[in-house]
Design a protein. Sequence first.
Length: 319
Amino acid sequence: MDKDNYIVTVVVPVYNHERYIEQAIMSIYNQKTDYKYKVLIGEDKSTDNSREILKKLQKKLPENFIFLYREQNMGIQNFYDMYERITTKYYIVLEGDDFWCDDKKLQKQIEFIEKHPQYIGVSHWINIVDQNGNDSNVDRKEITGEYRFKDYKNGRMPGHTSSKLLKYEFYDYKKKYINRFTDLKYPGDQIEAFLIADLFKIYCIPEKMSSYRYITDSATHKFDSNAKINRIKFYYYNYIFSKENNGNNKITELSQLQYIFFMYRFRKDLKIPKELLKKEIRKSGKIFKIYIFILARIKKALFAKIGGIFKKNKRKIRN
């Protein structure tokens, strides 16, 4: 596929990452692997010194590191432009503020997927660090082995962005989904988790090989009405996509239950008419399952709230 026999492309989107980008790039350069790889670095018209730092690095790095300096800020299109340039069998994304912490990461992942072609990709565990690269106390529920329906149903991810090495054919399906539902504004990793659970298989190696930088002082995003509408759309579109592409029947049904549940949950905030909600429930033909699903989600949320109050009080007692 690639005329220069590269087997994997590392996609590195960069925007205002002056504090972190050199560590990210060098963690790729320091990989010890028998496989040829190329690196696409998309500098998205940063307002800090990211571009200047990259230009200095470019003079030192080999020709398989390809630098793309955008003339205007492209946002999400910075990612998609690099995806379209991929000519290799596999690809992986490393955002400019994260880094790899195992110099044999690529070797281990490519070896695994070459021996196990039944998987669309392979991921691994990650470290979560703060802005200075120190270990964070943030807890992450990782999976081990094959990503299963119960993992997706319970909200677990198949792997962090920096950990997922994927076959390029997966991007074809992601692009198909995005082009099918152009009005949806939703996190890409959530879309990827749905597609993997619905149509593919991925394996997670229980080793920490990359670090995700969890920056607590970054801008927060209020969960407003648009976000609520997009959540309903996301699950509804998942239901449609799964049906259209003969996906996993369990995922098809779960997606239908999820979009109706979130219509119910946000009915007051979004002023959803009762008759519309009732119509969707009747149309589904799963009236009993929907009510059981809604009750189960309410119960789960209630126990989580009680557990949070208990932990908070326990800390107060200790102090």
